[in-house]
Design a protein around this ligand. Structure first.
Ligand code: 9UX
Length: 69
């Protein structure tokens, strides 16, 4: 089933960073929606992608993150 995953992300300081992170997350197979909150430095991701794939995409994009329970 589709899940919602909350991620804490390091290194985002401007709106362009937000765009890069959202694009990177949405490009992961199984992601249906990804939105970043710059103020809280968190992303909400909807879909069936394994969290490991989300974290790998963030790392590759240059914005490492971790899953929030
Ligand atoms: Mo903005 Mo983010 O100038 O890496 S794109 S700080």
């Amino acid at each position: 089933p589709a899940r919602t995953t909350e991620l804490a992300i390091e290194g985002m300081t401007c709106a362009s960073c937000v765009g890069r992170v959202e694009r990177a997350l949405k490009a992961v197979p199984g992601v249906s929606e990804a939105s970043v909150n710059l103020a809280t430095e968190r992303a909400t991701v909807r879909g069936v992608a394994p969290v490991e794939h989300l974290l790998a995409a963030l790392e590759k994009a240059g914005y490492p993150g971790r899953a929030i329970d």
